[in-house]
Design a protein around this ligand. Structure first.
Ligand code: 1HS
Length: 255
């Protein structure tokens, strides 16, 4: 029960890593705000948590919208009476190199992955400060640390998330708010499907198999393995950890 008495807000929690983290945080005693662009998937996650005796509420929001983001964050803090933890997990992938990427895809990648992290964090800070401090976990990626073929906008955006995390950690430390980033390796979630299909020349299983060869540990990660890293960074066990860039990547960036 490492999060007993705390409330957490997780973006992109309708599926994948966000859903796994929401379920784990609830098991650890947190009240969890499930924020997602898709209200049905958000409610599915919230209902699953409630069915197991946990406390969860679903909120529909596009994290690239300042109005929708502030609305979801303020509503969650009001409903739960406090806000202690934010996991900026919502993200989108990208397709192509600088030579082939579209401006639309580039802009969407930065609007969600970078601006979304900024907008959610900005809305949450007053609530975290009212709670006496807290923890913000930003979802970066191994793509922030190494170049990945055909993933230019995503690499650039996640690199921005790493730098933003360090800056936020310095700015927010006096408020008792710790800020850290997780750099996951490949976990098969809907976000990864386009890249996996491209890598497998239309064959998803081939793309996943080819990707696994990039990992010394010999396999891709699963959502619960990233969720456990988020739990540590969100909890008081990480009381002296801020500004860290926490790779959870099966050794991929150690090579
Ligand atoms: C999606 C996650 O942030 C990892 S980025 C893709 C890395 S890989 O598939 O090229 O190993």
């Amino acid at each position: 029960m490492r999060l007993a008495g705390k409330s957490a807000l997780i973006t992109g929690a309708g599926s994948g890593i966000g859903r796994a983290t929401a379920e784990l945080f609830a098991q650890e005693g947190a009240s969890v705000a499930i924020v997602d662009l898709d209200p049905r998937s958000a409610e599915t996650t919230a209902a699953s948590i409630r069915s197991r005796g946990g406390t969860a509420l679903a909120f529909e929001a596009d994290v690239s919208s300042a109005e929708q983001t502030a609305g979801a964050v303020d509503s969650a803090a009001r409903e739960f009476g406090r806000l202690d933890i934010v996991y900026n997990n919502a993200g989108v992938g990208s397709t192509g190199s600088v030579a082939t990427a579209t401006q639309e895809n580039w802009d969407l990648c930065f609007d969600v992955n970078v601006k979304g992290t900024f907008l959610v964090s900005r809305a949450a800070i007053p609530h975290l400060e009212a709670a006496g401090g807290g923890s913000i976990v930003n979802q970066a990626s191994v793509a922030a640390l190494v170049g990945i073929e055909g993933f230019a906008a995503y690499c650039a955006a996640k690199g921005a998330v790493v730098s933003l995390t360090r800056s936020m950690a310095v700015d927010l430390a006096p408020s008792g708010i710790r800020v850290n980033a997780i750099c996951p390796g490949t976990v098969y979630t809907p976000l990864m499907e386009p890249l996996m299909l491209e890598r497998g020349e239309g064959d998803l299983e081939l793309g996943l198999a080819r990707t696994a060869t990039k990992y010394p540990i010999g396999r891709l990660g699963n959502p619960s393995e990233i969720a456990r890293a988020a739990l540590f960074l969100a909890s008081d066990e990480a009381g002296f950890v801020t500004g860290s860039i926490f790779t959870v990547d099966g050794g991929m960036t150690a090579q």
